[in-house]
Design a protein around this ligand. Structure first.
Ligand code: GUN
Ligand code: ZN
Length: 433
């Protein structure tokens, strides 16, 4: 069997680091190597230990760059890749003015297929090897994304958006069609290769109670699927939700009443929460998703990472393209650091890189497959150049520790710092040159 040996500085996490001194939380090997075979990492260690086991392997020398697990983006909108940086509004006006018209185009399966290729290219160009994606409400948009990811052997979690009101007709489904299309997609794609399905009610405003019932039926029928939605991003959204669901105790209660909470549920944004909602998120082990560049772009508010963690909640982190302004998980960490600074909270570089790799993998229940460089896991790997730009190189001249290097990458890095991205052992950048 064909083997590949990657040589470079290897960094992978075993648990969340408490800080720079918590060296037991990670392995860092200065002259390290990863042996890949059939899409898996079969050995990780020092180059001198691994190389003798790899006679006949193709050797790719990435020194002096860093080899890390591929990044995981836990909340992104596939049909919004062309509306990043749409000017001037907050959430509800932004949805009506830019988002729904852009998503309407995905009723054209040819457009969806063309964009699916661009979307996967953009992810891997930015070092992201797994994404959890909202598709449009059209079945064909989810088919296009699943098919594209499958052809690349890329781990992808996605779902057709359920939305049956408060949007233009071109992006609306019905409770019945939404249910039927979701069932057909789950049966066709969930568990195929590296694909998983996320049941995707967009948010309370765009789903009638009748549609929420069908989402509940889907979640009950397919408990191995994920559930993704949006929660408490913006005050106008919260007020409108309260009007539409007058019997709900709070926003979260809409999802709770329809049995949509649990360890496989991702709640995008979750910024303006009441104590009861926080307690219920903790109790149900659901996961808030912090979307820093989006929250700043739409002026939505400041995510209380420390407050939620103090209640035993595990947060994910994500780009939320197209309200998010960058596909880069490094830029996401950069803005995340600043949002926490505004609240006198800290995002240490080691915790930051744990978060976008092993941390997000564990949120998805996939820690045994992705998010680390352990032998036996899938060969999704990113190669990082911390001197990618002149400004980064100058900063690195003054960096003395791994933590300093990582912090420079976190604050200054973007797709220019991504030398290569391996998906199931296959180089994505080299492959396209
Ligand atoms: N809430 C409902 N839909 C969306 C969306 O597409 N983007 C964001 N940021 N929030 C939402
Ligand atoms: Zn979103």
């Amino acid at each position: 069997m064909l083997q590949t040996l990657l040589r470079g500085r290897v960094l992978t996490f075993h648990r969340e680091p408490a800080g720079a001194e918590d060296t037991d939380a990670y392995s860092y090997i200065e002259d390290g190597a990863l042996l890949l075979e059939a899409g898996q990492i079969v050995a990780t260690g020092g180059y001198d230990d691994i190389a003798p086991r790899a006679t006949g392997a193709e050797v790719i020398d990435h020194r002096p760059h860093l080899l890390m697990p591929g990044f995981i983006d836990t909340h992104i909108h596939f049909p919004q890749l062309q509306i990043v940086a749409s000017w001037g509004s907050q959430l509800l006006e932004w949805l009506n003015g830019y988002t729904f018209p852009a998503e309407a185009q995905y009723g054209d399966a040819q457009h969806a297929r063309a964009m699916a290729g661009r979307f996967c290219d953009l992810l891997t160009d930015h070092g992201t090897t797994t994404a959890v994606a909202f598709c449009s409400s059209h079945k064909g948009s989810a088919e296009a994304l699943f098919s594209e990811a499958h052809s690349r052997d890329m781990r992808m979690i996605a779902g057709k958006t359920l939305m049956d009101r408060n949007a233009p007709d071109e992006v609306l489904d019905t409770p019945q069609s939404g249910y039927d299309d979701s069932v057909a997609l789950i049966e066709a794609w969930h568990g195929q290769g590296r694909l998983s399905y996320a049941i995707t009610p967009r948010f309370a405003i765009t789903s009638t109670p009748a549609q929420m019932e069908t989402a509940q039926a889907l979640a009950a029928r397919y408990p191995h699927c994920y559930v993704q939605t949006h929660l408490s991003e913006n005050q106008a959204e919260i007020a409108y939700t309260a009007e539409l669901y007058p019997q709900a105790r709070d926003y979260l209660d809409v999802y709770e009443a329809y049995g949509l909470l649990g360890p496989r549920t991702l709640l995008g944004h979750a910024i303006h929460l009441r104590p009861r909602e926080i307690a219920t998120i903790a109790e149900t082990q659901s996961h808030p998703v912090f979307c820093p560049t989006s929250n700043l772009f739409l002026g939505s508010g400041l995510f209380d990472d420390a407050g939620l963690r103090a209640q035993g909640i595990t947060n994910a982190i994500a780009t939320d393209i197209g309200a998010g302004t960058s596909f880069s998980m490094l830029q996401t960490l950069n803005e995340g650091y600043k949002i926490l600074q505004l609240q006198d909270q800290k995002l240490h570089a080691l915790r930051a890189f744990h978060w976008i790799t092993r941390g997000n993998a564990h949120v998805l229940g996939l820690g045994d497959r992705i998010g680390s460089l352990d032998a036996g896991t899938e060969a999704d790997i990113v190669v990082l150049d911390s001197r990618a730009t002149p400004a980064m190189a100058l900063r690195m001249d003054r960096a003395e520790t791994l933590a300093e290097e990582l912090f420079a990458l976190q604050m200054m890095g973007d797709d220019r710092a991504i030398v290569e991205t391996y998906v199931a052992g296959n180089p994505q950048k080299k492959g396209r040159q």
